[in-house]
Design a protein around this ligand. Structure first.
Ligand code: PEP
Ligand code: CO
Length: 465
């Protein structure tokens, strides 16, 4: 999304022509799940018309550069780190939160680059992650029933009648807030954002509490040394080497919003979603004959699909056939989110089914969404041990199937919230009430995120040793 992405020549990814019979609005003929019902359709249309004329958030060449990098990851030459909030909120578009989220992602990526010895593709779950699928259309509290909160893109978290009515103005606000987020992220990355690269500025006080403390110390020490070495040979600080790519992603759930961002550009064929580099299809809307799959069929962005335990082999291979009929490299990313108790039973058959098609995919692991549970007192949480276990199993299962896990997808924040239990500091159920901020799913905090990155590296080192 910056410098490197825009200056490096883009190796043409082999592609075929535009999907036939497809238009940005052709999804409207099919059943669309998880959409908001707006009471005033004239106001909705006015907001969408305005949105369709605003400058886009990303460019076609950045999208094609990401496709190229995903194609390389499919060949085992890159690793993908995708992470950010479950849901962004308008109130949290502010400097410290954006800076800290970027900081933890960059620091994790440096640990991964160093430990896995390959380039890492950084993809934020931000600048557009404003729409949420819900298990029910309505929510009832104390006998009062109102529409469910569907993310800041649609309505307010506030449980009032006025707050829960879908408001089309929010579509424009989401675009403005995404643009502000992107603008700040691009400036931080372009400007060097130097201190995050220096391990002496990392907050590593948690390391002492980990059973792997000495291994983690060795890792940060050797990472620090190699960064200093880079600086010595180039004569510049690593932060100003202007070589950091950063891409954005969100669940493309609200199809009117996505359609308004879907554009044609000069000197390129076909259509691009210019609201994000990497949109994904959520688990609840991946129906083969549904509107979401139809929408994704016609855009040239790389496409993510969440693959849950309920998906069959036929369904998954049907999605590949529909979304990538020409088997183009760099197009498909399968994000499995099985849960640590299901992954061993469910994943191997799916890996083999995809292998049998010969269609190129990048598999990445989301160890968060299959491991959500409620504590005795009803707080939604995730246990760090289970998240880690699913991640480890994912690496092993792919290896045993002669496949490759090429990335991770995490819900995280750069703050020290207490939403997931466990980790080096062994947060307990009681700790959850101390600093629980998420309005949707529980996120790994700063320390747990860095710890997970280091554990991936540690696991990798032991596997190759
Ligand atoms: C999410 O990523 O926040 C989400 C809703 O995931 P899934 O579609 O995998 O449940
Ligand atoms: Co989530």
């Amino acid at each position: 999304m910056n410098n490197a992405a825009s200056t490096r020549p883009v190796r043409p990814v082999q592609e075929v022509a535009q999907a036939p019979d497809w238009q940005p609005q052709s999804w409207q003929e099919l059943p669309a799940l998880q959409q908001a019902t707006y009471p005033d359709s004239a106001a909705l249309n006015a907001a969408l018309a305005k949105l369709a004329n605003l400058p886009p958030l990303v460019t076609s060449w950045e999208i094609l550069s990401l496709r190229e990098q995903i194609a390389e990851a499919q060949e085992g030459r890159r690793f993908v780190l995708q992470g950010g909030d479950c849901a962004e909120s308008f109130d949290e578009v502010c400097s410290p939160l954006i800076t800290n989220r970027l900081k933890v992602l960059l620091q994790m990526s440096l640990a991964l680059v160093h430990g896995l010895e390959m380039p890492v593709v950084r993809i934020g779950r931000f600048a557009g992650q404003y729409a949420k699928p819900r298990s029910s259309d309505n929510e009832t509290r104390d006998g009062v029933t109102l529409p469910s909160y569907r993310g800041d893109l649609v309505n307010s978290i506030e449980f009032t009648e006025a707050g829960r009515i879908p408001d089309p103005e929010r579509l424009l606000k989401a675009h403005y807030y995404s643009a502000m987020t992107m603008n700040f992220v691009r400036s931080l990355v372009d400007g060097g954002f130097a201190d995050v690269h220096h391990t002496e500025y990392w907050d590593l006080s948690w390391v002492e509490h980990s059973p792997l403390a000495s291994e983690f110390h060795r890792l940060t020490e050797s990472l620090g040394q190699s960064l200093r070495f880079m600086e010595t040979i180039t004569g510049r600080d690593v932060g100003s080497l202007r070589r950091v790519d950063f891409f954005t992603s969100h669940e493309a759930l609200h199809l009117h919003y996505e359609q308004a961002q879907t554009r044609q550009v000069p000197r390129q064929w076909g259509w691009f979603n210019l609201g994000t580099h990497f949109p994904w299809i959520g688990m609840r809307t991946a129906d083969l004959d549904g509107a979401h799959v139809e929408y994704f069929r016609g855009i040239r962005n790389p496409v993510g699909i969440k693959v849950g335990p309920g998906i069959s082999r036929e369904w998954l291979t049907g999605l590949l056939e529909k979304l990538n009929p020409a088997r183009e490299p760099g197009r498909m990313v399968l994000i499995h989110r099985m849960g640590e108790s299901h992954i061993e039973e469910k994943l191997p058959r799916l890996i083999r089914a995809v292998q049998d098609t010969g269609s190129p995919v990048l598999w990445i692991s989301d160890p968060m969404h299959g491991n959500t549970e409620s504590t005795g007192s009803g707080i939604k949480t995730r246990r760090f041990g289970k998240v880690l276990r699913e991640m480890e199993l994912a690496f092993e299962i792919h290896r045993d199937c002669n496949s490759r896990l090429g990335g991770v997808h995490l819900e995280l924040t750069g703050e020290n919230v207490t939403e997931c239990t466990g980790g080096a500091r062994d947060l307990s159920d009681e700790d959850l009430t101390r600093d629980y901020k998420s309005t949707v799913d529980p996120r790994l905090n700063y320390e747990q995120s860095l710890e997970l990155a280091m554990l991936i590296v540690s696991k990798h080192k032991h596997n190759v040793a």
